[in-house]
Design a protein around this ligand. Structure first.
Ligand code: HEM
Length: 309
C-alpha cells in the first residue's frame, strides 16, 4: 500500500521573492512517456533545491481539468471540474484551459530560469509552451495596487488542512490540491487616480498599515467582504492564495493562484466577486482589474505521480 499523503512541497511554500509560471499543452498521444516525465518532476526539483539550497526553491506541477482523463483515464479526483462560468457575471471570466501548469518559486530569478529550462527539456517535444509569466515580490508583500496581499491566508499547519485533499475526502488523491489560476491585468492609471480612502473602501483594509476595517464599516462591495464566505454552519470557507505580482512597464497585475482541498471554495468566491447579487453588490476591485486568463488544475501527490516511474 503506497503512502498517498506526500504533497508537492510548492503547494504549501511560504512566500518567496521570485516565481516563474509555465503553462503547456500536450502535443502527443503518447501519454505513457509524459506520465514518466511527470513522475520525474519532483526528483528533478529536489536536486536543484539541494544544489541551490539558499534559494528556498520549491515547485509543483498540476494537470488541467480537461487534460486529466487523457493522461489518467482510470482515476479522477472526485471534484475535478472545468473552470467555472457564471450566467450573470458583470465582467468576463475568461476560461483558457491548459494541460499542464508548472509553478516554480525561489528567492533567485536565475535559479527559477534554470529550473524552467530543465522543465522544458524534461517534456521536450511532447508539449508546447503556451504561457510564461514571471512573478515578483513587490515591496513588503504588496499587490501592485499598493495593498498587502496574503494577510488572511492560512498559517502554519492550517495551510495543509486548507490546501490539501484529506484521506476522508478522497483516498486515492489525498495530499493533492485543486488549483485555479487567473492572470489579472490592472488598470493602474484608473486605480492611481482614486483617493486612498476610496481604494481602502474597495479593498476593505487600510493601505499603509494594512488594518482590516471593522465589520460595520466594510462596504458591501469591498473585496474582502465579497471573498470572505462561510458555509451553512457559519464556518469560513478558505483557500490558500499563492498569487504574486507580475508585469512590465506596459502591462501589469496579479497572477492569482488558489490551492484548496475542494474546487468549490474558489468557485463560490469568484461567483460572489463577479456576479451582481439581489442588492446590486459585486466586487468593486473588478472595476480596476480584468481577468485575462482562467484555468482549473489538480496537483496530485508525489506518490500518485511516482506510480508511473
Ligand atoms: C486582481 C485580483 C486580486 C487582488 C488585487 C486581490 C487582493 C487582495 C487583498 C489586497 C486582500 C487583503 C489582504 C489579504 O487578506 O490577503 C485580499 C484578500 C482576499 N482575497 Fe483577493 N485579490 C484578488 C483576487 C482574488 C480572487 C480571484 C479571489 C478568490 C476567488 C480572492 C480571494 C481573497 C480572499 C479569500 C481574501 C481574504 C478575505 C478575508 O477573509 O479577509 N482574491 N485580496
Amino acid at each position: 500500500m503506497i503512502n498517498l499523503h506526500r504533497c508537492q512541497q510548492g503547494i504549501l511554500a511560504e512566500s518567496n521573492l521570485h516565481s516563474l509560471y509555465l503553462m503547456f499543452n500536450l502535443k502527443t498521444e503518447e501519454v505513457d512517456e509524459v506520465k514518466q516525465q511527470l513522475a520525474c518532476f519532483q526528483g528533478m526539483i529536489n536536486e536543484f533545491s539541494e544544489e541551490y539550497s539558499e534559494s528556498e526553491l520549491s515547485a509543483f506541477i498540476a494537470i488541467g481539468a480537461l487534460a486529466w482523463d487523457n493522461l489518467f483515464p482510470n482515476a479522477r479526483p472526485r471534484e475535478l471540474m472545468a473552470f467555472p462560468q457564471f450566467e450573470n457575471a458583470k465582467y468576463p471570466v475568461p476560461d483558457t484551459p491548459a494541460d499542464l501548469f508548472v509553478h516554480i518559486r525561489s528567492d533567485r530569478a536565475d535559479v527559477n530560469h534554470l529550473v524552467g529550462t530543465h522543465v522544458c527539456e524534461l517534456f521536450a517535444d511532447k508539449v508546447m509552451l503556451v504561457e510564461q509569466v514571471k512573478g515578483f515580490r513587490y515591496l513588503d508583500g504588496r499587490d501592485l495596487t499598493g495593498f498587502v496581499d496574503g494577510t488572511e491566508n492560512p498559517h502554519g499547519e492550517h495551510r495543509r488542512a486548507v490546501a490539501l485533499v484529506s484521506r476522508e475526502q478522497d483516498e486515492v488523491f489525498a495530499g493533492g490540491s485543486y488549483i485555479h489560476t487567473q492572470r489579472y491585468r490592472h488598470s493602474m492609471h484608473m486605480w492611481n487616480e482614486l483617493p486612498t480612502k476610496q481604494q481602502e473602501d474597495i479593498v476593505g483594509r487600510t493601505k499603509v498599515e494594512n488594518i482590516e476595517y471593522k465589520s460595520a464599516d466594510k462596504p458591501p462591495c469591498a473585496h474582502i467582504k465579497r471573498a470572505n464566505i462561510k458555509d451553512e454552519q457559519g464556518k469560513s470557507i478558505e483557500i490558500l492564495r499563492q498569487s504574486m505580482p507580475y508585469g512590465t512597464m506596459r502591462h501589469q497585475g496579479l497572477f492569482f493562484i488558489s490551492c484548496a482541498n475542494t474546487p468549490t471554495a474558489f468557485n463560490k468566491m469568484l461567483e460572489r466577486m463577479v456576479c451582481v447579487d439581489e442588492q446590486g453588490h459585486y466586487d468593486q476591485l473588478l472595476d480596476y482589474t480584468q481577468a485575462e486568463t482562467g484555468a482549473a488544475f489538480f496537483a496530485p501527490s508525489i506518490d500518485f505521480l511516482r506510480q508511473y516511474l
